[in-house]
Write a protein that binds this ligand. Structure first.
Ligand code: 173
Length: 326
């Protein structure tokens, strides 16, 4: 027997031995994950929790390799397209950063029911179908659903009127700012500090949480109360990848998602604590008269549903019915 033949027989034997030892289940799958926000900042934390739990429990089944967050890994407004194209497999991203792909996801900020209710009444499944069709994505669910947005300003206002003011926005509240007479400038979070420092904008929109992650308290004078809209982070998996996943791999992801969803209301305490911390850092709350406050929130609501239904006459009305209280 030639040396080469002996070698190849040994190789075959080794392969067979390895195959015999491998259980009948599929090989471990590793997904590439990206957050739409910088690593270890508030809006990446839940995604990082999800990755940690999946990796702890998914040995030999499913792992997530965290590539990191935007903008280090990729611009935040590119994450959605990269998920769609399969450049990344799993993302934690806010609606505003990918509503150019799925305009309907804008409606989630208007949800009035707890996420558990949205699962029961079919809203989540409806939203999932739209993501399947328009984004080649499986919609796992949403977290950070107990926060609200605020306007943060460097010039005081006494009523819901932003005439003459330039406000940095995300697409989520662009229509609201414009309806109040402001000039809306869309920008990723990473630009906000410099824009405020240079006075290129007079304010910005952002939730109650996360201001200190970016040190914006140093360049922000006022916060307009109360908050408006609901915050959210959408959890998506590329649909081709999802379809190829084994039931055990899908189940692990879904279980962890539901577990985090149940813990989500702990955010309510964070809201109050963050607002207090902002005031301690010198940011002053602005409060309108009760009538103007009502008007302020109404402008927001009208701007939202107006643009949602305009962007999607097909799904907008149905989403309104599924997401809001009767
Ligand atoms: O303002 C934003 O960039 C934005 O829309 C957002 C959404 C969720 C969390 C933080 C910011």
């Amino acid at each position: 027997m030639s040396f080469l033949r002996t070698l190849s027989l040994t190789a075959i034997a080794a392969t067979l031995l390895l195959a015999a030892r491998t259980p009948a289940t599929a090989a471990e799958l590793t997904l590439k994950g990206v957050s739409c926000f910088p690593e270890k900042t508030y809006y990446s934390e839940r995604f990082e929790d999800l990755i940690k739990r999946v990796n702890e429990r998914g040995k030999g089944v499913l792992q997530i390799r965290y590539l990191g967050g935007a903008p280090k890994v990729m611009p935040p407004f590119d994450v959605g397209k990269n998920l769609k194209d399969g450049v990344v497999d799993i993302t934690g991203c806010t609606a505003g950063f990918y509503q150019n792909i799925v305009p309907e996801i804008d409606a989630i900020k208007m949800a009035e029911l707890p996420v558990a209710e949205l699962r029961k009444n079919g809203a989540i499944e409806y939203i999932n179908k739209i993501h399947n069709e328009k984004m080649n994505a499986q919609y796992l669910g949403l977290l950070n659903a107990y926060g609200e947005f605020h306007l943060y300003l460097n010039k005081p206002i006494t009523k819901p009127d932003l005439t003459g003011l330039k406000i940095r926005v995300s697409p989520l509240y662009r229509a609201m700012v414009e309806k109040m007479g402001g000039t809306a400038v869309t920008s990723p979070p990473a630009d906000i500090y410099t824009m405020l420092e240079r006075g290129t904008v007079d304010g910005y929109g952002w939730p109650a949480q996360g201001i200190f992650d970016f040190s914006w308290q140093k360049v922000t004078k006022y916060r307009v109360d109360p908050g408006f809209y609901r915050t959210e982070m959408e959890y998506l998996v590329n649909l081709d990848v999802w379809k190829k996943m084994e039931p055990a791999q899908r189940k692990l992801l879904q279980d962890v998602m539901l577990e985090l969803e149940k813990e989500d209301s702990k955010e309510l305490a964070v809201n109050a604590e963050q607002r207090k911390k902002q005031e301690e850092a010198g940011m002053k709350p602005i409060r309108f008269s009760p009538a103007d406050e009502k008007k302020y929130l109404e402008i927001g609501r009208e701007a939202a549903w107006g643009s949602i239904i305009k962007a999607s006459p097909e799904h907008g009305p149905k989403l309104r019915q599924l997401l809001t209280k009767k």
